[in-house]
Write a protein that binds this ligand. Structure first.
Ligand code: AMP
Ligand code: MG
Length: 435
């Protein structure tokens, strides 16, 4: 391995040591966004019983055969069946039961005549109703006139027509989005076994850092990295904890990290990884927990984000990614290395972001150092209807301190190591940064 690592080599090294978290059982809504690790079987068919898809009248088909406006079938209404009603009337020849959407088809009935195909039961006087709930003024009447015939099973949702008992509702590996959470609820599952969201602890370092909301002294700046990294970890699917800034003091940093390990599946630090006099992250991360840490610091052939550290520390060999402190470097490093690590911990099938090809829209040619992979910030417009490719316009310059430009960007422009010049209109690879 060369002394300088490529982006892919560094990422491969991280992914080869990061294992998916052990599965746990979670309540449905807590499992949202997590990956299922069990095949979930359907215990009872859906729907669990034949039921009406319309408000109308449950009838025997023979009783309404040949009915029309001029010669309606006249049926005796024997009562109401509301959704949730378990005590069902039996529909005999010449009879109908008023039925509501979702209510069980009563025995004897073969189909449902929608209320629009009837006189709505206005033809006769009130009758005794079957259900205690059917006390509304428009309740079952003595007779109903039906204007149109129905076929066997019409307007009836048969038992098991959605999903049958014993079938696999969702298979292991499924990512639980809202519809999947809904299906689990529909089949009666209260909890599921998933890989949990990783807990990411974010520690920024730097004696110059002040927390937002506080007064800036001379030589001080606000700590933005701990915010952007915590927010980005949350977007990536993690539960993230922001520890805020720790001063460039080895003992403080060491004890902070040791204290945080208890609640961390992944630790992310920012700053202190270059070769300055106060770059304490390097010093400390090789010593955490009595020397059981083994964080390696390396130079990457990339811009921004050249200095990077990665290793496993503490009794649980918790992965730690030490990112450079410049805000743009820290964020780009998060996108390239931390986000894939978070998704690997979650057991996600794809850990890398999708890329796209886009036409570069600039006034002047872009230049890039030979042998360095460059990630510029860009404003990307996906392909318009009928077009194969979108366009991307660089925002801000190459400076790693340009936070304002970063906030205008929605993509990274990925310039390969060997490329030194890109002219306006050329095609480039972009990494859209949608959440
Ligand atoms: P370092 O890698 O610690 O030498 O930091 C590189 C540059 O990034 C310096 O200009 C720092 O002041 C700045 N920086 C480091 N950490 C942060 C942070 N948490 N928020 C904003 N800027 C930072
Ligand atoms: Mg620093």
């Amino acid at each position: 391995m060369s002394e300088t690592w490529s982006v892919e080599e560094h990422l491969d090294d991280i992914l080869s040591s990061v294992r998916p978290l052990e599965p746990i059982e979670l309540q449905l809504l807590d499992a949202q966004g997590c990956v299922l690790v069990e095949d979930v079987a359907v215990p009872v068919s859906l729907p669990p019983f034949d039921n009406s898809s319309m408000d109308g009248y449950a009838v025997r088909t023979a009783d309404v055969e040949g009915s029309c406006e001029e010669f309606p079938a006249v049926l005796t209404v024997i009562g109401d069946v509301a959704a949730g009603e378990g005590d069902l009337p039996v529909v005999e020849r010449g009879q109908a039961a008023r039925i509501m959407t979702g209510a069980a088809l009563p025995p004897g009935a073969e189909a449902v005549v929608p209320v629009e195909w009837t006189d709505g039961g206005l033809g006769g006087g009130p009758v005794e109703t079957m259900s205690a709930r059917s006390t509304d003024p428009g309740g079952a009447a003595g007779e109903v006139r039906v204007h149109r015939p129905v076929e066997q099973g019409q307007h009836v949702r048969p038992r098991g027509s959605d999903v049958r008992a014993g079938a696999v509702a969702l298979s292991a590996g499924t990512l639980l989005g809202p519809p999947q959470v809904g299906l689990l609820a529909a089949i009666g599952r209260g909890t599921v076994t998933v890989r949990p969201r990783p807990r990411v602890v974010v520690v920024s370092t730097g004696s110059e850092l002040v927390q937002p909301g506080e007064q800036l002294g001379s030589g001080q700046i606000y700590d933005s990295n701990s915010y952007v990294l915590t927010a980005a970890a949350r977007d990536a699917g993690a539960i993230s904890y922001r520890v805020g800034a720790v001063s460039d003091d080895a003992d403080t940093l060491r004890s902070t990290i040791e204290d945080q390990l208890i609640r961390a599946d992944l630790v992310v630090t920012s700053g202190g990884v270059s070769v300055g006099a106060y770059d304490v992250v390097k010093e400390v991360l090789s010593q955490v927990d009595g020397g059981s840490g083994s964080v390696e610091f390396r130079r990457l052939a990339m811009q921004p984000g050249k200095p990077q550290g990665f290793g496993l520390i503490g009794p649980d060999r918790t992965p730690v990614l030490a990112l450079p402190g410049n805000p743009v470097s820290a964020y780009v490093s998060f996108e390239l290395f931390v986000r894939p690590a978070v998704r690997a911990l979650m057991g996600r099938a794809s850990v890398r972001r999708e890329t796209a090809r886009a036409r570069l829209e600039t006034d002047e040619a872009l230049t890039s150092t030979d042998g360095k992979r460059q990630f510029l910030r860009g404003s990307y417009l996906p392909p318009a209807a009928g077009e194969a490719k979108g366009v991307v316009r660089p925002v801000g310059g190459a400076g790693s301190h340009l936070i304002a430009a970063l906030a205008q960007a929605n993509a990274l422009i990925d310039i390969p190591e060997k490329t030194t010049r890109i002219t306006p209109g050329e095609e480039v690879t972009v990494v859209p940064l949608d959440p």
